[in-house]
Design a protein. Structure first.
Length: 311
């Protein structure tokens, strides 16, 4: 499953846009790559094939719309058929590669991601992730995936153990850090039960991991935004928020914003942070920038009213 699996604890979601393809007749099912060569060569070749096919699938699905929804645009059925053929080819590539290299932890891990994300086969995915970890107990991605799977099905104790193992293998992996932070902040009671620590300590550890994730992925907007958002949770965990660092976090996130919505949110939330610090002038500057992007925003209007009331 592509990491990260958890959405941010208080993430504001804005769907990414994919460039649509022009409709065309669905070709025959794509040919899987050659399985000749060493295990490492085949692992790399099949994984690359998976990535390329998924680019096609996402674009085709964007062209065709969601499955089950009526759509009379020309080429819709052909696009859906082509997307299904690409997914079938990915599955065939992994299955045939595993027949040749059944002891490949890498292939088991990526096939499990495919099964979980695109076929909804949780049990089969778990089987392959467990096999990957059995073959290579130090494969961080498989450990993290298995940990996230257990958390998703409510087995947080076991899930956290795998997440911690994955961080032991790759302590600076920003995706592993991000995933673990979400478990800490969304399910603190499970962490408290497993670790026997206070809520405040959970928050401190989560923020430390969130900061490390930013340090190791300084251009990843989602990770930068998540770090900035997490400051708002401090009081819930009986901790004191550092609004100065929060404002800086929103400024850093803004440098990586790629859409109008992302840019709007960084200005809006930096304004909120300045309001918390009673910095009216700085707050107004940020909110004016946000208003230039989304003048109709009801949330923004309410914040301006609060500023006026403060006077």
């Amino acid at each position: 499953m592509p990491l990260p699996l958890f959405v941010s604890a208080i993430m504001l979601l804005f769907p990414a846009l994919l460039l649509p393809l022009q409709a065309e007749a669905a070709p025959d099912s794509p040919e899987i790559p050659s399985l000749e060569g060493t295990q490492e060569e085949v692992e790399s070749r099949v994984r690359t094939f998976d990535k390329l096919m998924m680019i096609q699938v996402r674009r085709l699905e964007d062209t065709a719309g969601k499955e089950g929804q009526p759509d009379n645009r020309p080429g819709t059925e052909e696009a859906r058929s082509h997307a299904a053929a690409c997914l079938s080819a990915i599955q065939a590539a992994y299955e045939e590669a595993l027949l040749r290299f059944p002891d490949s932890a890498v292939l088991h891990n990526f096939y499990a991601e495919f099964l979980y994300d695109f076929q909804g086969k949780t049990d089969d995915a778990q089987k392959h992730w467990r096999q990957a970890v059995a073959l290579n107990p130090r494969l961080g991605r498989a450990l993290n995936n298995l940990g996230m799977l257990y958390c998703h099905v409510g087995q947080y104790g076991q899930g956290l153990e795998y997440l911690w193992q994955s961080l032991k293998e790759e302590p600076d992996n920003p995706d592993f850090l991000f995933n673990t932070v979400q478990v800490y902040l969304i399910h603190p009671e499970s962490v408290m039960s497993t670790r026997k620590i206070t809520q405040r300590k959970i928050y401190e550890e989560a923020m430390s991991m969130s900061e490390r994730a930013v340090k190791n992925a300084p251009r990843a907007f989602d990770i930068l935004q998540d770090y900035a958002l997490n400051f708002y949770l401090a009081e819930k965990f009986d901790a004191k928020p550092d609004w100065k660092k929060a404002a800086k976090a929103w400024q850093e996130a803004r440098k990586q914003a790629k859409t109008k919505d992302e840019l709007f949110n960084t200005w809006l939330n930096e304004g909120r942070v300045h309001i918390r610090q009673h910095k009216t002038s700085a707050a107004r500057t940020c909110l004016e920038e946000a208003r230039a992007l989304r003048p109709e925003s009801a949330v923004l209007k309410a914040l301006f009213e609060n500023l006026e009331d403060a006077h």
